[in-house]
Design a binder for this molecule. Structure first.
Ligand code: MGD
Ligand code: MGD
Ligand code: SF4
Ligand code: MO
Length: 694
């Protein structure tokens, strides 16, 4: 029996590495990086290898399951779709369409069959209650792109392979493998940068990325907006804006600078923990570098001033003349465009959440309001929920309240592959086929990549008769709902047809035939300046001073007046190379070895409280008090504690043997649904005030 190599992009994270998967007949037996992928060049991480475990996972659902009380029983696909359609239609008819909510989790973005097909179902629902993992993640990026450039996905990407100087805040790509900057093998790319130029990392923890940087500075969590504003003030001392080449395409730069200059930043050092001399030095480096890029990710977007941070970053890149410039930050002119005519540019505050009155963004409400929208009685209360590839009980603020709320729903449908903390409340679970047996084109991450690349993944084995692809599940659910509610729905054509159409909208010259002939993917070259041509604001200018951002500045000023609360600490998150949010803890390859759930704390903070490393502690936030194990970590800034999210398994009814046996609490049982970014309502997961006691 011979082994056969088949090739595909990894479906697990933003890096979209090419993989070489070895099959013995139709059994997957080994995986390595695809050395011939021109972009990832053989890179693979431990998660990529763990696809072997996912394929073999005894707890993975392989047929639809219906819950009858505490018992689950298999149910035929057609019966399941009909049941879903009827139950949803009955609830919409009795209570209105707002009574049906949907939550889309992170993996949707990694499956063409979800990302391209889910929107049709959501549109059919006509519900104001649409939620996703975006509002516990990157909403501030999307919001700022929309407000400044006119489209939520006009996302300037740092040109990391060519830049001379990178200032990176709130990101740990050596572990996370990128994120809103698709760059497989990013560790090597950053090492090359640190040899060729400068990599400066600003983070409350000396992370694995900080360790390969030329310089690392601690910052007190949640104070980055002050630091970035101070940098912008410093740059103005060094010289006028360098953005002369698009000076006539700027609107409001003077207004923005005046607002920032009016901020009383005398005490910025004591607030941020970064010395005035260091701020001046970094400003000088950004000013003098032949090219530079400022980049801020999760640690900046999931904090109370997430949108201000992302706005200030755009202004810094713009002021130094590095926006839309080689070596600076650039828009990816993707082979399959996600911006331009016919795409969802985004909109804001067209409606508000019922209970707290928070604005929608791009058709969604912030997930921090989901629980209250379910458990608060009244007109428009949510009574049914569809989740797709999401685990909000572990991933979104106040998971305990959400889990209580889920138990009260009249109907819950989960499109998911496991019975976990969230889906155990579902009445019906529809599990899609393995991504390895489906067509895939990475709509989002090809478009956020640091080079122009394109790659089609084809099914690596024949689908089994009783499997359904994501696209078939979305189509069939929508059809069943339409039939039961007496509305019209035309199912979308199969993936290859949509992919071909998507490529036609671009101008790369690449079509399906070209992709099929290039199983390792196609490199279309480096990014080139194209932002000005692509601006989607009404006047086709860059809006430097969007009102919602200016209006958020007083909140930042008020923050400056807040005295530090004695004895309290700031809680931040942490990722591990063998983790993937909340859902890969059932993979033996990833959970083996030392436990990784512990709370980390600086040795001085432990000593001050008389706590021994390795002991149990009580951690208290605004919403909960929990017990877990603490470990000393000298790489943390004093005053900061650090806990990974995605733990807290083993809840009644969950059916993931390995995960359920893991120790650890859920970060989001502590995180506060009232702690939000101002303009967007994105969750402020990082920088949470907590106390820790022996
Ligand atoms: N405290 C704290 N909270 C966080 C974060 C943090 O840093 N700190 N990070 C946030 C971020 S960035 C994100 S993106 C979110 C993620 O939040 P979510 O997207 O809600 O959660 P995941 O843990 O990614 O759960 C993925 C779900 O998809 C299912 N799944 C896996 N593969 C498939 C598949 O092929 N098809 C289908 N249909 N389902 C599948 C899994 O069983 C699981 O239920 O968490 C956020 N929450
Ligand atoms: N191994 C692994 N890889 C992943 C994931 C995973 O769970 N595990 N998740 C994937 C997903 S969905 C995403 S969105 C990406 C996220 O990828 P990244 O954005 O790189 O996210 P993190 O690794 O959480 O890094 C956030 C950093 O912000 C720092 N930080 C926290 N608060 C602050 C603050 O107030 N200011 C500053 N300056 N820094 C702060 C933290 O110490 C941490 O180092 O990773 C993806 N890749
Ligand atoms: S870095 Fe991301 S895309 Fe690459 S192998 Fe790991 S999980 Fe897959
Ligand atoms: Mo994410």
């Amino acid at each position: 029996m011979t082994r056969q190599s088949r090739f595909r992009a990894c479906p697990l994270c933003e890096a979209i590495c090419g993989l070489e998967l070895q099959y013995q007949d139709d059994a997957l037996v080994a995986i390595r990086g695809d050395a011939h992928d021109p972009f990832s060049r053989g890179h693979i991480c431990p998660k990529g290898n763990a696809l072997l475990d996912l394929e073999a996972d005894p707890d993975r659902l392989r047929q639809p399951m219906q819950r009858l009380g505490e018992r689950w029983q298999p149910i035929a696909w057609d019966t399941a779709f009909a049941l879903a359609g009827e139950r949803l239609a009955a609830i919409a008819s009795a209570h209105g369409t707002a009574a049906i909510a949907a939550y889309l989790g992170n993996p949707n973005v990694h499956h063409f069959g979800s990302i391209a097909y889910a929107p049709a179902l959501l549109r059919l629902l006509k519900s104001p209650n649409i939620y996703s993992a975006s509002s516990v993640d990157q909403w501030p990026h999307q919001f700022v792109n929309w407000a400044m450039y006119g489209h939520q996905f006009l996302l300037p990407i740092p040109d990391i392979d060519r830049t001379d100087c990178m200032l990176m805040l709130g990101a740990n790509p050596v572990v996370s493998n990128g994120s809103l900057m698709t760059a497989p093998g990013i560790g090597k790319r950053l090492k090359a940068l640190s040899q060729r130029g400068q990599l400066i990392v600003v983070d409350p923890r000396r992370t694995q990325t900080a360790q390969i940087a030329n310089r690392h500075l601690f910052i007190r969590p949640g104070t980055d907006a002050l630091f970035l504003a101070a940098l912008l003030q410093q740059l103005q001392i060094l010289g006028p804006p360098r953005c002369q080449h698009y000076r006539d395409r700027l609107d409001g730069l003077d207004t923005a600078l005046a607002a920032i200059n009016a901020l009383p930043l005398d005490s910025v050092s004591s607030h941020t923990g970064i010395a005035q001399a260091d701020i001046a030095d970094i400003a000088k480096r950004l000013h003098q570098a032949p090219s530079a890029a400022v980049y801020g990710r999760m640690g900046l977007s999931t904090q109370r001033f997430g949108s201000l941070c992302q706005w200030l970053i755009q202004l810094l890149n713009l002021y130094t003349g590095n926006l839309d410039r080689e070596g600076g930050t650039l828009i990816n002119d993707a082979a399959m465009p996600i911006t331009g005519a016919g795409t969802a540019a985004g909109h804001y505050a067209r409606w508000h959440s019922r209970v707290r009155g928070l604005p929608e963004f791009a058709g969604e409400l912030p997930v921090s309001v989901l629980a209250e929208e379910i458990d608060t009685a009244g007109n428009g209360q949510i009574r049914a929920l569809i989740t797709s590839a999401g685990n909000p009980v572990l991933s979104t603020p106040d998971g305990r309240r959400l889990e209580r709320a889920l138990g009260t729903l009249e109907f819950m449908l989960s499109i998911d592959t496991s019975i976990n903390e969230t889906t155990r409340f579902a009445d019906l679970i529809l599990p899609p086929a393995s991504p390895l047996s489906q067509y895939h084109y990475d709509l989002i991450f090809n478009a956020f990549a640091v080079r122009r690349v394109a790659r089609l993944s084809v099914p690596l084995r024949e689908p089994h008769a009783d499997e359904r692809g994501d696209w078939q599940i979305f189509n069939a659910t929508a059809q069943a709902y339409a039939a039961a509610s007496g509305t019209a729905f035309t199912p979308l054509p199969e993936p290859l047809q949509l992919i071909a159409g998507g490529l036609q909208r671009g101008h790369s010259g690449i079509d399906l035939t070209a992709l099929l002939a290039a199983p390792h993917g196609i490199d279309l070259g480096p990014l080139t300046p194209c932002l000005l041509d692509r601006l989607q604001t009404a006047d086709r200018k860059i809006h430097c001073a969007p009102a919602p951002l200016l209006e958020d500045l007083p909140r930042l000023v008020a923050e400056l007046g807040q005295p530090a609360t004695a004895g309290s600490l700031r809680l931040i998150g942490r990722r591990h190379p063998r983790s993937n949010n909340s859902w890969m803890h059932n993979a033996p390859r990833l959970v083996k070895g030392k436990p990784r759930h512990q709370l980390h704390m600086h040795p001085d903070d432990l000593a001050a409280r008389g706590i021994a490393s390795g002991s149990q502690v009580r951690i208290r936030s605004a919403i909960a008090e929990l017990h877990t194990e603490v470990l000393a970590d000298a790489d943390l800034m004093p005053g900061v504690v650090c806990l990974p999210h995605g733990f807290g398994h083993g809840r009644a009814g969950s059916q993931q043997q390995l995960a359920d046996a893991l120790a650890g609490i859920s970060y989001n049982d502590l995180s506060d649904p009232d702690a939000l970014d101002g303009p967007t309502g994105n969750a402020a997961l990082n920088g949470l005030l907590v106390t820790v006691e022996a």
